[in-house]
Design a protein around this ligand. Structure first.
Ligand SMILES: C[C@@]1(CC(=O)O)c2cc3[nH]c(cc4nc(cc5[nH]c(cc(n2)[C@H]1CCC(=O)O)[C@@](C)(CC(=O)O)[C@@H]5CCC(=O)O)C(CC(=O)O)=C4CCC(=O)O)c(CCC(=O)O)c3CC(=O)O
Ligand SMILES: NC(=O)C1=CN([C@@H]2O[C@H](COP(=O)(O)OP(=O)(O)OC[C@H]3O[C@@H](n4cnc5c(N)ncnc54)[C@H](O)[C@@H]3O)[C@@H](O)[C@H]2O)C=CC1
Length: 210
């Protein structure tokens, strides 16, 4: 099989990203860079998971990042330059410095140690992208544009946040209770839950407030 890069793959086969939801409390994350983008990524992490274990390394660290670390002590700040040993024992790394060659170096070090990496200024070097996250109670929807337009992802998040009713979380609670109580084999449970939720196919009835 030919070794295609991500762009060639997308051009030939369409969007090839595989979405997953990480449990960051199980993983160790390194962020390199403490400027605007370091702040954006650290905020995104702590908005989603307050027990994420993150080390952020940078000679200059924005005050807003220090404020997050005060609120979430699992965010460890190291005010100094990056060294490849920072990657030891890490599962994920986000390189968000303003120095392209340094970000590239982080990518190379991460590949050697098999740490999954996000290189903020170079989509081609990313093993994963961050997404725009829509949240309504326990419902989480991650939006990506395949790197084409992060601004579109942000607008889509805002739109979905507005149109999805808050009552969705109640629906999830009710379905969870039913799911816990259902007795029978897997096939029976799938059939029952498909029946109960078939109303969700009619989008007008979706909003209980209507
Ligand atoms: C590939 C990716 C890699 C990654 O970072 O994971 C990436 C890459 C780049 N972003 C750039 C720019 C901007 N990024 C944002 C915002 C967000 N960027 C996010 C994700 C991603 N950005 C991944 C793809 C996601 C997808 O598939 O759609 C979001 C969704 C999630 C998050 O960061 O937490 C978050 C919105 C969160 C929200 O509000 O919901 C804004 C808008 C703003 O800040 O208001 C701008 C300026 C306007 C613009 O360019 O659109 C640049 C150029 C830098 C330069 O020009 O120097 C690159 C590099 C390049 O493209 O070469
Ligand atoms: N993926 C995304 O969502 C976006 C990516 N970008 C890209 O991200 C990059 C960073 O942008 P900003 O955060 O605005 O820059 P910035 O100038 O605000 O911050 C740069 C940070 O890198 C740190 N740094 C410098 N040398 C370092 C070293 N040796 N070790 C560790 N840290 C070091 C600095 O101390 C500072 O904290 C830019 O190259 C830009 O192209 C920009 C916008 C969005």
């Amino acid at each position: 099989m030919e070794n295609l890069n991500h762009k060639e793959l997308n051009d030939r086969k369409g969007n090839q990203l595989f979405p997953v939801f990480f449990k960051l409390e199980h993983l160790k994350v390194l962020v390199v860079g403490g400027g605007f983008v370091g702040l954006e990524k650290a905020s995104a992490i702590y908005k989603n998971c307050q027990s994420a274990q993150v080390t952020l390394v940078a000679p200059e660290i924005k005050d807003e990042i220090r404020a997050i670390a005060l609120e979430y002590p699992l965010l460890k700040l190291e005010q100094r330059v990056y060294h490849k040993s920072d990657l030891e024992g890490k599962d994920l790394v986000i390189a968000a410095t303003s120095i392209r060659d340094l970000n590239k170096q982080v990518h190379e070090d991460a590949k050697n140690l098999r740490v999954l990496c996000n290189i903020a200024d170079t989509p081609d070097l990313c093993d994963f992208y961050l997404s725009s996250v829509v949240q309504k109670g326990d419902l989480k929807i991650a939006v990506s544009t395949n790197g084409k337009s992060p601004t579109f992802a942000k607008r889509m998040r805002e739109l979905l946040e507005e149109v999805l009713p808050d009552s969705i979380d109640k629906i999830l609670d009710n379905l969870n209770q039913i799911r816990e109580k259902l007795r029978g084999d897997f096939e029976y449970k799938v059939k029952k839950l498909d029946e109960i939720t078939s109303v969700l196919k009619e989008k007008d009835k979706f909003d209980q407030n209507k």
